[in-house]
Structures are given as structure tokens and as C-alpha cells.
Design a protein around this ligand. Structure first.
Ligand code: SAH
Length: 242
């Protein structure tokens, strides 16, 4: 089984590659083969019996779609796990919470002028759902580790949302719990190519204030937390004999 692991930013995939004193778990992909393709670096590695391809795409829907498609079409990945950070929309989500997407949509996709709902284009769908099996595995990892894993609708668009009004509009229009900039584009690619996928996000901000805030500080910490969680999922996938 060949598995794609991707993030949007270098900080989100770094913990998989570098050795960390505090998180001995996070040094599993020490030996890797690096391949440059389409302006991105893809790390081929091994975790137990699993073949891994790890990469960050750069921020946004277009870059993330390119990376997901490359991992599937060029590298032959049969499953994709996304790890990253997101802004909170649901009031019960706090900074640091882990959220697994149960549905993903594009909040900035708008041909409503033709009578279509927000987030919809003909022959597409507003919401895309990740693999139920992977959500189940994630729940097992959370239970084993005593971590609370929240589940929610993730809305994706090509904007960093730092505005209470815009955040409210996205929440009301899509019933969204969290917002970010890559999940739904990756979901469209995986769904179209029949590749099971999973999107994990650690909440980095409340999506209603100054973007500079302490986003970068939180990013490093949360990237470690979510990559450690992904390692937990790989352990289970490996054990299940895939
Ligand atoms: N600090 C970066 C920019 C980060 S953009 C720089 O200066 O280069 C935000 C990234 O985190 C995106 O990858 C997005 O998926 C996620 N994200 C976190 N909070 C978000 C929010 N409030 N709105 C949109 N995306 C958010």
C-alpha cells in the first residue's frame, strides 16, 4: 500500500522528517528519497510495510490540487492523508482542537448568478465526504490516546479568513465548523480519482482577528500534534494488513 501524506506548508510536514527530542515518534521518515516535480519536493519513504510519499503543496486550492493529483497519478498513491491547521468557525472549537473533516466544500465557488447554490458547479457536488474507514481509524487512534477528536464540516477557499462577518457568512451558508485553504480541493481530486482520503486539521485561530496574531507560533506546535496523530493512523493501517 502506497500512502500520500500531505500538508500545505513546510511546517506541516517537517515533523515527519526531522528528529524531535520531545516527540520521539516523529522521526519515522528519516531515510527518504527526494524527488522534485512540478516545483515541489516529494519525499519517498517507508513506514513499516507502508510506502509513503510526503509533500507540502504550497498554500491554496490550485497548488494543493496539483500536489494531490501528482501523488496519485505520478507516484501511484492509493490513499491520501492531509494534515494541517484551520480557523475555527463553530463556537465550541478552541485553538489546539483536532478536527477531522466529515464533509468538505468550497466556500468561494460562486455561480449563484445562474441560480445554482453556493459551492456548486454543474456535474460537481457541494459537499465531498472522506473515507468512512479512515474516519473510523482516526476515532480509534483518538480513543487509544485519550485525545478528543472533533468531527466537522470544513469549508475551503483561497482566502485567509480573519473577519467576523465573513466567518459568519461561511458558517451560515455551509454549516461549516472550520475554514482553511486546501481541504476541499484535495477532496475533489481524491473523490474524482476514487482514492480514499482523510483531512485532519488542528485549530490555529478563530478566523476573526489579525492574521499575524500568534499563528506562526501555534503552527509549529499544532503541526507536531497532528503529524503524531497521522503516525498513529499509519500504525493502524499497517497492522490491518493493507
Ligand atoms: N503564515 C503563512 C500564511 C498562512 S495562510 C505565511 O505568512 O506564509 C493560512 C494557512 O493555514 C492555509 O494553509 C490554510 O489552510 C490554514 N488556515 C488556518 N487558519 C485559516 C483561516 N482563518 N482562514 C483560512 N485558512 C486558514
Amino acid at each position: 500500500m502506497k500512502i500520500a501524506i500531505m500538508g500545505a506548508m513546510v511546517e506541516e510536514v517537517d515533523p515527519f522528517l526531522s528528529e524531535s527530542e520531545h516527540e520521539p515518534l516523529l522521526k519515522y521518515f528519516k531515510k527518504h528519497n527526494d524527488i522534485e516535480y512540478g516545483g515541489n519536493l516529494y519525499h519517498e519513504a517507508k513506514y513499516r510495510d507502508l510506502d509513503i510519499v510526503l509533500a507540502y503543496s504550497k498554500i491554496g486550492k490550485v497548488y494543493s490540487a496539483l500536489t494531490a493529483a501528482t501523488m496519485i497519478e505520478k507516484f501511484g498513491c492509493e490513499m491520501l492523508l492531509f494534515t494541517g491547521v484551520a480557523g475555527a468557525v463553530a463556537p465550541d472549537l478552541k485553538i489546539g482542537d483536532l478536527v477531522a473533516a466529515i464533509q468538505l466544500c468550497q466556500h468561494d465557488l460562486d455561480i449563484t448568478a445562474f441560480g445554482h447554490p453556493h459551492g456548486y458547479v454543474p456535474e460537481g457536488k457541494v459537499y465531498i465526504e472522506p473515507s468512512k474507514e479512515l474516519l473510523h481509524i482516526a476515532k480509534e487512534v483518538a480513543d487509544d490516546r485519550g485525545i478528543e477528536l472533533k468531527k466537522g464540516i470544513i469549508a475551503t477557499g483561497d482566502q485567509f479568513i480573519a473577519d467576523a462577518k465573513k466567518k459568519r457568512w461561511i458558517a451560515d451558508t455551509f454549516d461549516a465548523d472550520a475554514i482553511e485553504m486546501e481541504g476541499a480541493s484535495v477532496a475533489v481530486v481524491c473523490d474524482s480519482l476514487n482514492v480514499p482520503f482523510f483531512v485532519l486539521r488542528a485549530i490555529s485561530d478563530a478566523a476573526d482577528m489579525d492574521a499575524a496574531f500568534d499563528f506562526d507560533e501555534f503552527l509549529k506546535h499544532s503541526s507536531k500534534v497532528s503529524s503524531s496523530f497521522i503516525i498513529g493512523m499509519l500504525e493502524k493501517i499497517s497492522k490491518s494488513g493493507n
